[in-house]
Design a protein around this ligand. Structure first.
Ligand code: ZN
Length: 83
């Protein structure tokens, strides 16, 4: 399983995403939606090739926390096993 690493444009974090579990695309998109003013924050991780996506959202927590959640959830394989 290949990994894609990049700096978050919102926080100091480095994001590590596994390649797409369905088609193997190596660079899934990591999109921040919303902001601190609207109090709705979402992160969408999306595959450009097969268009699978998952969205994590948060009302109380900041993007910093949400980035960890989105990263972790994406990096789990669909059947729950580690690869
Ligand atoms: Zn894909």
């Amino acid at each position: 399983m290949e990994k894609h690493q990049f700096k978050s444009s919102y926080t100091w974090k480095t994001i590590t995403l596994n390649s797409c579990p369905f088609c193997g695309d190596k660079e899934p998109e990591f999109n921040h939606i919303g902001n601190d003013r609207t109090n709705v924050r979402k992160i969408e991780v999306r595959c450009k090739t097969c268009r699978v996506k998952r969205i994590d959202s948060s009302i109380k927590n900041h993007f910093e926390w949400l980035e960890d959640v989105a990263q972790k959830n994406w990096n789990q394989s669909p059947n729950g096993k580690k690869q």
